[in-house]
Design a protein around this ligand. Structure first.
Ligand SMILES: *Cc1c(COP(=O)(O)O)cnc(C)c1O
Length: 472
């Protein structure tokens, strides 16, 4: 080894020296001494390696210290934290989809902090079933005979296919072989569950006769999938679900529909024409409908299967059920959310409230935010503007929601820079940039968010001022 490299290696501060620096102690209290040591040794180790490989040719002790401090500080801060959703996308997949309603929050807190009746039958004092807390409620809000809750909707589809069609064929229209949210691809889900996918029709048109012609003695199911984030417009036709239900009945097959969003209320009341509620699907003769708990239902992450009791019974007994079962917090939140629906109090559910918000009320909210910020953050300029919001959750791309927002500008800070700084604050504010302006969409702001936005802007202005003073 060359003497120069040996000399550089000697200049890397030792673990003892690093650990004894005064800024380290407070972090040790948060993540423990061993974790701090591990971060230091990662940094020292990769520096040694690059010195030996010749990719690094100098040692900057200050840089080592700064790098270590940044990494240790990051590891010491909470990672999964609330954010302000200023994007106007209601069911924002990256920001956790739906916020729970008050009664769901209360139920989660109570059942998580105490023992509960999760699998306990109070009348007999014997073992109960966790699904029983929500099954009856689900039959009431969907019109189905029976229902089952699993971890998420992808799990619901996999369970249905594995239990009812494994080793057999499932027929799907080529117009519905979609990918949803990156990792949910219908063909892959089919093969993971041991079902042979039989594609029929074409991307834009599939007819009843296409399904009929594909049915053989190995067919178990007809499957209809909501294309969610994708629309075919123009020369297009699909088979009405009533006709598929009739065909399935006639041939002794199961008709499964993956609805994804799953409305319990009338989609028309949200301006979503051409969509169907879960109840409508059940009434049209679908045997099993699957949908998410945290999309249009506005509850916790869950997959819900509603349909015929004889099929639901089979699903309940399948070994995969044990791996896909929901936990008590999910069930507590779901029960409370379903009860809000049943009592006609759907407005209490944040997702429903935000999607159905009145345009004029949104305008008033934008004006209020504009006034609030104008008087408190004088170095910025604000104006109320019309914006396009979205349902989100990979749903209804063709139906933009008309909303309002506040456009924010600061002399000397670009919109992109502003967006980044807002995102990186203590309470992250996730805002949009369009036409070179930062936009705060107000539809998705919750109580208390005005103040959080003010705080974030005030911090950016203060930083800016400090920098300006430094420079002059
Ligand atoms: C969202 C969606 C899924 C996946 O649901 P998760 O709850 O994310 O597992 C599956 N199918 C459709 C049609 C969807 O819209």
């Amino acid at each position: 080894m060359d003497e120069r490299v040996r000399e550089l290696l000697r200049r890397i501060p030792s673990m003892e020296i690093l650990l004894s620096e005064e800024w380290v102690a407070p972090f040790e209290k948060i993540i423990g001494r061993q974790a701090v040591k591990n971060i230091f040794s990662d940094i020292i180790g990769s520096l040694r390696k690059s010195l030996l490989e010749g990719t690094t040719i100098s040692i900057d002790v200050d840089l080592i210290r700064r790098t270590a401090r940044e990494r240790i500080a990051k590891a010491s801060a909470r990672s999964l934290v609330p954010v302000v959703n200023a994007t106007g996308v209601v069911i924002h997949t990256n920001l956790g989809r739906s916020c729970l309603c008050e009664s769901a929050l209360k139920a989660v807190l109570e059942c998580a902090s105490s023992y509960s009746t999760l699998e306990y039958d109070r009348s007999s004092g014997e073992r109960g079933y966790r699904n029983d807390h929500v099954e009856w409620l689900l039959t009431q809000v969907t019109g189905a005979d029976a229902a089952l809750v699993v971890n998420n909707n992808a799990g619901a589809v996999i369970l249905c296919l594995s239990a009812l069609s494994s080793g057999k064929d499932a027929i799907v229209s080529r117009g519905e072989l979609v990918e949803i949210g990156g990792s949910f691809r219908i063909p892959e889900i089919m093969s993971a569950s041991g079902t042979r996918l039989v594609e029929v029709g074409t991307t834009n048109r599939t007819h009843l006769r296409d399904y009929e012609a594909a049915i053989t003695e190995t067919t178990a199911m007809l499957v209809k999938i909501h294309p969610s984030n994708f629309r075919i417009v123009g020369f297009h036709s699909e088979v009405p679900r009533e006709d598929l239900a009739f065909l399935a009945r006639e041939k002794g097959l199961i008709f499964l529909e993956d609805l994804g969003s799953g409305f319990l209320l009338d989609p028309g009341s949200f301006g979503l024409k051409g969509e169907n509620s879960v109840r409508e699907c059940i009434m049209a003769g679908v045997d099993l409908v699957t949908f998410s708990g945290d999309k249009m239902l506005g509850g916790p992450q869950a997959g819900i299967i509603a349909g015929r009791s004889q099929l639901i019974e089979k699903l309940k007994r399948h070994p995969l059920m044990r791996a896909l079962r929901p936990d008590k917090m999910t069930l507590a939140a779901l029960e409370a959310t379903l009860r809000e629906n049943l009592s006609g109090n759907a407005e209490a559910i944040p997702t429903i409230k935000m999607i159905s918000a009145d345009k004029n009320a949104i305008l008033q909210k934008a004006r209020r935010l504009c006034r609030y910020l104008r008087t408190r953050c004088p170095s910025f300029t604000f104006s109320t503007i019309p914006v396009q919001d979205a349902v989100g959750g990979g749903s209804y791309p063709e139906i933009p929601l008309e909303g309002y927002g506040v456009s924010v500008a600061h002399p000397g800070i670009s919109a992109g820079e502003l967006q980044e700084k807002l995102r990186e604050g203590e309470i992250p504010v996730v805002a949009a940039v369009k036409e070179d302006a930062l936009r705060i969409h107000v539809r998705t702001l919750k109580d208390g968010d005005f103040e959080k936005i003010r705080c974030a802007l005030a911090r950016i202005a203060a930083e800016r001022e400090a920098k300006g003073n430094e420079a002059s």
